[in-house]
Design a protein around this ligand. Structure first.
Ligand SMILES: [Zn+2]
Length: 290
């Protein structure tokens, strides 16, 4: 996507994003503990159908099913030798589903290993994120989204690697900790993240996952107080309850949409859903922001 196209997109705010991938693929039969990214190869029709359901619901941006498709994460499922293929296939599936209705942003999540404890080096992280970002870019995505990051150093590695492709990059942390739920598990504040992300070259700042839309307003305000970059908000359908060992999200599409629409009014450029949300949530949100 060119800078002019990016500016046009941001100018058409609020821009509706998609909802969850992981929880939705579980509903379509993905087993607990199974790598959802493997489904880009083994169940492409299910992945494309979910992307299509989001486009149908009104999402103007579809992500790719590549949240954990970096070599380090994929190694836990013995899929690391297929890293490039998985990312390129995911980009193709989201594009096929989108047609001319939506743009496709490539999803990049955390490695699952801790920099702080020395479990992984910054060099290995950077290499893994560069490989994934390059594969997504070669697969034709319009932009890249770094999401669900708790460690700012890891997130900055990913943002730098993603920026190396020349594509627009959205940088998101997961805020779910501290007395006001406005810090990451590692204690990062929106203000800390905004300054490091801007220096790393991010085009937009955001938050995803961790809590429902009611908690996102404070995060949005903290970002807006220190940055003029466009803001990206993807809350969960509330906090899950565990029933029979499985997470159950109780917030309805209507409740979610009412609160998420307020994030648009408060200045978010991009709004969608994370865990527990599905196409019905995006459809309800579309009705509220129209
Ligand atoms: Zn989530």
């Amino acid at each position: 996507m060119t800078t002019a196209e990016w500016n046009d997109l941001c100018g058409s705010a609020p821009v509706l994003l998609d909802g969850a991938w992981g929880t939705q693929l579980h509903e379509r039969g993905l087993a607990a503990g199974e790598a959802s990214e493997g489904w880009n190869i083994t169940h492409p029709e299910e992945v494309q159908a979910l992307a299509g359901a989001y486009a149908e619901a009104g999402s103007s941006i579809l992500l790719t099913n590549t949240f954990g498709a970096n070599r380090i994460s994929l190694a836990r499922h013995k899929l690391d030798d297929r890293t490039v293929q998985i990312n390129q296939e995911a980009a193709r599936l989201s594009h096929s589903a989108a047609g001319s209705r939506a743009r496709v942003f490539g999803s990049i999540g955390p490695s699952g290993k801790m920099l702080l404890t020395g479990e992984v080096s910054e060099d290995d992280l950077t290499k893994a994120f560069e490989e994934q970002a390059r594969a997504l870019a070669d697969g034709g995505v319009d932009a890249l989204v770094i999401e669900t990051m708790a460690d700012l150093d890891e997130a900055v590695c990913a943002v730098g690697a993603a920026c190396g492709t020349g594509l627009p990059v959205v940088a998101c942390m997961v805020y779910d900790s501290g007395p006001n739920n406005d810090r990451t598990m590692m204690g990062v504040s929106p203000e800390n993240a905004a300054s490091r992300f801007k220096d790393a070259g991010a085009w937009a700042l955001g938050a995803n996952c961790g809590q429902g839309p009611d908690g996102f307003r404070a995060i949005l305000d903290q970002y807006a107080a220190v940055s003029e970059l466009p803001l990206w908000m993807k809350p969960n359908a509330g906090l899950p309850e565990v029933v029979d060992g499985k997470p159950v999200y109780r917030v309805t599409p209507e409740e979610f949409a009412r609160e998420a629409a307020q994030l648009c009014e408060a200045g978010a450029t991009f709004v969608g859903g994370c865990c527990g949300t599905g196409p019905a949530f995006i459809e309800a949100l579309r009705a509220h922001v129209r």
